[in-house]
Write a protein that binds this ligand. Sequence first.
Ligand code: SF4
Length: 440
Amino acid sequence: MKKLYIETLGCQMNKSDSERIAGILSHFGYCETDIEKEADLLIVNTCSIRQLSADKAYSKLGVWGKRKKTRPSLKIAICGCVAQQDKEKVRQRAPYVDLVFGTHNIYQLPELIKRIENDEKICAITATPVICNQNDFKILRKDSVNAWIPIIEGCNNFCTYCVVPFTRGRERSRNPEEIITEAKNIIKEGFKEITLLGQNVDSYGKDLHNPDITLANLLRDINKIEGEFRIRFVTSYPSDITDDLIDAVEECDKVCKYFHIPMQSGNSRILSEMNRRYTKSEYYEIVSKIRKRFPDVAITSDFIAGFPGETEEEFLDTLKAIDELELDYSNTAAYSPREFTKAGKMTDKFLPEDIKYERLERLNEKNREACLKSNEKFIGKILTVLVESKTQKDGKTILNSRADNNKIVHFEDDTKNTGDFAKVKITRAQTWCLYGVPIE
Ligand code: SF4
């Protein structure tokens, strides 16, 4: 067997793509290794959401390029968003790369891999995806409890700071039968959690022009599959969360009461500059609607500090929003200009780096406060959790689990295993996790 090492940077969609890449390559005699130095084929699956992530990809290639000098048979490939964006430019920076393949070209790998094994150098980037039934290909899933299913790829929103519509293309939904077959297979294989993925998951089905194909109906269909498992979906776009979707989450016992809804800014002028299709008050209305329906729901978000032209007062609106909305957790980042994007051209409005990073620090501090406050609300409550892993500490078995609402819960129990569900009474809260005791 030849050995394959994949370095995956970025989001869950990239992690899911890497599992699919490893599955496809397993048919060609490649088995995955965690030890980079052992590999015959090295792939970096890249992210270009921020400059730092793109720089990481090139620095990885630099290290591998040096290794190839002493071992010329080593093959090096780059895929994902940086590859899709930079195309042939990748080889100007890293001429030793054997294969550059885009986000639309994963399913061409069987042909591409044979060609690089015959010492061809290839740049396979197409503007539109290669259409196929993904169930025809093996997937080597990394996790034994949770399985990702991409249901829609790409995005039509063109938020002014975001490169995704340029790297992943326009929205393309998979057909529901294909998704349900994949879900049934996952449950048969013993997975206990399915996460439906999409850059804008609530848009699922819009491009298929059949009003019955929606995320809400897909959740209902997957919920009908027999077995003990739960279902999540990420990432939601605030104004695309329909009443029908909220109804489906309520009706379906297997769907987790958890929403990840990026707000990005708590100020309506900045939201408009970002080309987000909602105002601050519309976002507040969506959160309030969800909280009324599901009392123990967790709502998490994303925020950008220092968007071009953001004033101190506008930034303070973001800190206020985290408090007022009682958000349970937020991913945070300083604004990073990206090629092709509208905001990337607002150079006259760019804020100095020190202001951006000082705001990011305050945003992180607010996030820590909000997380602790949110976690403390759960003390005394009983949560259903799914055990994700076990650790031994001071001769005790500690189970690391995740509640339905995505909170991390640790508890001591010798009777449960990874993949088991349990009921846990929460006794203690910290900023990033909860502790509890099992309930019979
Ligand atoms: S919704 Fe906006 S931020 Fe999210 S992927 Fe689409 S363009 Fe990017």
